[in-house]
Design a protein around this ligand. Sequence first.
Ligand code: CP
Ligand code: NVA
Length: 310
Amino acid sequence: MENRHLLKLNDYTKEEIMEILELGEQLKYENKHGIAHDHLLRGKTLGMIFEKSSTRTRVSFEVGMYQLGGSALFLSSHDLQLGRGEPIKDTARVLSRYVDGIMIRTFSQKDVQDLAEYSKVPVINGLTDEEHPCQVLADLLTIKEFKRKFDGLKVAFIGDGNNMANSLMVGCLKVGMSIGIATPNGYEPPEHVITAVKAVEEASKGTVTFAKNPEEVVKDADVVITDVWTSMGQEEETIKRKEAFKGYQVNSDLMAIAKKDAMVLHCLPAHRGEEITEDILELHAKEIFEEAENRLHAQKAVMVKLMQKN
Ligand code: CP
Ligand code: NVA
């Protein structure tokens, strides 16, 4: 694989994404069948910088490193000198002399790029305001597992045009699916992301469409995906967002117009009664929690691909 880092999915070709998914499937199979693969990253260490909360990302990276024979360090920005103003470029140059890979969850995509520019070791984006590539790799793995194909499938995303929507558009198009995004006015994906996505669309078999009305994109969808209305770091906008996103709930009325066998995915944590109803979440718990598990397998594949050559 050409890439040294995973900063955003758009840096990866279809072939590279498929390679990661195939390795993820193999590692999942080995896990389920008690076949150890702790030789793959034996003796390697992943540093994990967190400037935001996490359950899935933290635990799946940490357990993943352990299963691959290495170890992981949880580095909260509250404790790091980064939190007291040490520049990201200095943090990168110091950490990359100790560890073999760095995972970072932060606010700005630029910080992740700067970290990668100054790091001697691979950098993995564990979520920014703009991208969530590891989550989308897990989502693709889950769709592949349940639907056994990508070509021709129609994905609908209902919600905010931020990290999940941005990475999903690229991920879905690259592997041959079509995607429709329904957002309220003022919550569309950023212009520069849409421009980049249009270029991906041109080279892909699928299409990307933008709508205000959720029904427009959910009609005959094979996969319906949503995410919280208020993301981490936007807490002070909660009341305004609850108002703006009314009508953007994945519920039984909306699901009635999707394909009969449509899957529902949610990166979690979910806010029941807001972006998704309790009954729809529980009805689709099988795929939603498989999706959460698949974070582990997809990320192990990413770490093997990026950190083995180091
Ligand atoms: N989906 C996801 O990234 O979960 P966490 O915030 O718990 O890591
Ligand atoms: N959009 C959400 C995703 C959480 C995994 C957030 O950024 O908080």
